[in-house]
Write a protein that binds this ligand. Sequence first.
Ligand SMILES: C[S@@+](CC[C@H](N)C(=O)[O-])C[C@H]1O[C@@H](n2cnc3c(N)ncnc32)[C@H](O)[C@@H]1O
Length: 218
Amino acid sequence: MKKLVGIGIGPGDMELITLKAYKLIKSCETVFIPESKGESLAGKIANEYIKDKKIIELSFPMGAKNKERYVEAAQIINQTLKDNETGVFLTLGDPMTYSTYAYLMKELIDIHVQTETIPGITSYNAAAALLGIPITLKDESFYLADGNIDEKLLNSVASVCILKVCKNKEEIIDKLERNGFAYTYVKRCTQEDQAVLYKKEEMLADKDYMSLIFARRA
Ligand SMILES: C[S@@+](CC[C@H](N)C(=O)[O-])C[C@H]1O[C@@H](n2cnc3c(N)ncnc32)[C@H](O)[C@@H]1O
């Protein structure tokens, strides 16, 4: 049976990849990487590990309706892998956290390609470590959000991390301020051009998609 292993390659620093993921990449022949607008950040991060591999780029245009792309990508994977071959699909951070891989995995299962998943260090794990701010302490809950926050949920958590903040930043920040959260903006965490912003105006001016807001009850 053909097999595809979804690998989380972490937030950017090429050393923040698990040993299991590293060994698997090294042992396989075919590496699939997601690409959008001719760029693959996952491919760039893992470049050192994949340069001697057969690399297949799978296009996932950002913001597009992707159901057809997942079906198509699953077919490309199925056609590329030889019988009993195991290939890997690289994904930023963790494959089960707001990732293309989760949708792709479903399409692969539907066409009887076996799947396995190797977890990765998420962007918010890396941001909390960088900032030296705990995600959760005893008895606390954490809220991970995508693009915006539900203000009602803020009442029941000690900390929150919002990914994909670029579109609704102002609304998100207003909600955090209203509910007594101290917040920090982290851009390209653990990558070469990493930046940490504390001023609201600077956060609002920044347009980088690879950014998040991490907040804790003040
Ligand atoms: C499609 S989600 C991918 C999440 C990823 N699977 C994870 O485990 O972190 C993309 C969003 O993740 C966040 N992100 C991913 N890597 C990041 C990094 N190195 N620094 C800051 N934010 C990052 C950004 O909010 C970005 O908009």
